[in-house]
Design a binder for this molecule. Sequence first.
Ligand SMILES: NC(=O)c1ccc[n+]([C@@H]2O[C@H](COP(=O)([O-])OP(=O)(O)OC[C@H]3O[C@@H](n4cnc5c(N)ncnc54)[C@H](O)[C@@H]3O)[C@@H](O)[C@H]2O)c1
Length: 268
Amino acid sequence: MSTGELSGKVAVVTGGAGGIGRATAEMLVGAGARVVVGDLDEERGRELADELGDAASFHPVDVSDADQVQALVDHAVERFGGLDIMFNNAGIGAPLTRFLHDDLEDFGRIMSVNLFGVLVGAQRAARYMKGHGGGSIINNASIAAVNPGAGMLSYRSAKAAVAHATKCMAIDLAPYGIRVNCLTPAHIQTGITTYDMAPVVRYMQPLERQAQPSDVANAVIFLSSERAAQVTGIVFPIDGGTTAGPPLAQTKLIMSSLKTPETHDDGA
Ligand SMILES: NC(=O)c1ccc[n+]([C@@H]2O[C@H](COP(=O)([O-])OP(=O)(O)OC[C@H]3O[C@@H](n4cnc5c(N)ncnc54)[C@H](O)[C@@H]3O)[C@@H](O)[C@H]2O)c1
């Protein structure tokens, strides 16, 4: 059932065939938007578009190729008559290799997909939006963009650059009524996260709750809507409080040999 909040809007979701992108494409259609799913994975992308019906269309894209990204934007305009929302979400992961052991062989591909793909996606969408009433661009970075850590240096660097570039784009594109915001999700079970989430949830997140792709999709809906009309240039954590600080469970673990913080009657 459509909530109608984004009715009449046209969206492009890159990396829309899987994980976070898929959940977002589904929620956008649920909110009344028409959606172009762009992805390298043609089979899953077409399957999803078929499931979503007339409000969706699939278009193959490798976001590291500027001409293909342009064709994706053109497809949205031709098929649905415009473009109001661009979710630059496609991304690839990287092994947790420590810096001194990293041969940096995947540096080029990570930068091309995770950084260039976002820049060119935003640029081609904005070139259309500029003359057509503005729009909302949302770039998917990662907690790795804001929280430093060991290993995955190329991935972290690309994502940090996405967060910074988002703010620059927000300033550059504001005169055209184009808002640009960035999301920094953390630890959601998808195609690129193959590790055990349980210890992460327990010892890294203040909110002891497993994040879902739909948590990111909800933020995209908000940032796409008129509710966020005054919001641009933000880096929006969807991380259960991880960037706020360590959870109580971690503090208790560290302090157990010293003095355990007070435990309340409710067990917290
Ligand atoms: N899952 C998490 O915990 C998490 C946390 C922080 C950030 N992210 C970011 O979220 C985004 C989506 O990832 P996900 O977790 O849903 O993973 P996923 O692997 O399930 O989805 C990524 C999608 O992008 C597509 N894709 C990959 N390279 C592409 C390319 N060059 N061109 C077009 N499409 C391409 C894949 O085919 C896939 O459908 C990524 O940018 C990722 O870095 C994920």
